[in-house]
Design a protein around this ligand. Structure first.
Ligand SMILES: [Zn+2]
Ligand SMILES: [Zn+2]
Length: 283
């Protein structure tokens, strides 16, 4: 039986692995295919595609977009997207600028709290265009200002803690549209983490293609719950480890095994979406 991992982060967002290392890990776990889903970035896709080709592992392009519905954060995974799509790249550049400004604001708040961290230290550590809170947490630990990543989040960075800064987000509908116009399949990431089942019917109405049923933080009962939901709404089923390398404790790649058949269906849906775009341009 072949298995895939469709939720992986690299150093192009808040993961620690570069493309080669990520693919080496995928190979170690004998995965048949992987998708790279960096937050608000597709920058790691070309390098990961090359490393996958060399290792004879199938590669699926992807990204994980942050959106908002009724004041709640939700993550939309885009699969099989055209990573050269102009509008996707323009929007991603905008989200990345928002992320960088947010880092500066969080650091300013830390400084007000007499925590002497510099934004430059966070950017140097992040070394990517899509920096996020995990990078601030790591910078705090490396500077000896916090004892652990957990402490950094608990004391300063978690929602409503003193250095937390709200982030501008597009709506769920906008995220779905952005993925679709780039020829991609739109999937709601880890719904069990956000516990917002009530938004699912609305997202389905707006064209949601699938839900991530298999995820590291989903219990067996949660997975079962979303498998039933996928069935009820005729949605694709996806899954992955949400591995961030070493930045969130131990590497998770290979811990969530998703049967290859789910990727088969996802690719069929992607082909339909791309066909729809071609038809629309022709007519
Ligand atoms: Zn996520
Ligand atoms: Zn993720």
């Amino acid at each position: 039986m072949a298995f895939v991992d469709l939720h992986l982060h690299s150093r192009f967002s808040d993961g620690t692995y570069g493309p080669e290392e990520l693919v080496a890990q995928a190979r170690r776990h004998e995965l048949a295919a992987i998708a790279l889903t960096d937050h608000d970035s597709v920058e790691g896709c070309p390098g990961t595609a090359r490393a996958c080709a060399a290792a004879e592992i199938e590669f699926v392009t992807g990204t994980e977009l942050t959106a908002e519905q009724d004041g709640n954060e939700l993550h939309i995974l885009g699969y099989c997207i055209d990573t050269q799509n102009a509008r996707l790249l323009t929007q991603i550049a905008r989200f990345q600028a928002v992320r960088q400004n947010r880092i500066r604001e969080m650091v300013a708040r830390l400084n007000q709290l007499k925590v002497p961290l510099s934004a430059e230290a966070v950017f140097a550590l992040a070394n990517c265009r899509a920096p996020g809170r995990p990078h601030v947490a790591r910078a705090l630990v490396e500077a000896g200002l916090c004892a652990s990543l957990d402490e950094a989040f608990e004391r300063f960075l978690k929602k409503n803690r003193p250095a937390w800064v709200p982030k501008f987000k597009m709506s769920g509908e906008e995220a779905l549209e952005l993925v679709h116009q780039a020829g991609g399949v739109a999937v709601l990431a880890h719904p069990g983490l956000n516990r917002m089942d009530e938004v699912i019917p609305r997202l389905v109405e707006a064209g949601l293609d699938g839900i991530e049923c298999f995820h590291t933080k989903h219990s067996t009962a949660t997975t079962e719950h979303y498998l039933q939901m996928a069935d009820r709404f005729h949605l694709l089923v996806t899954g992955g480890s949400d591995c961030h390398g070493l930045s969130k404790g131990k590497p998770l790649i290979g811990t969530v095994k998703v049967p290859y058949q789910h990727l088969e269906k996802l690719k069929a849906r992607a082909a339909e979406i791309k066909q729809l775009i071609v038809t629309r341009v022709d007519s």
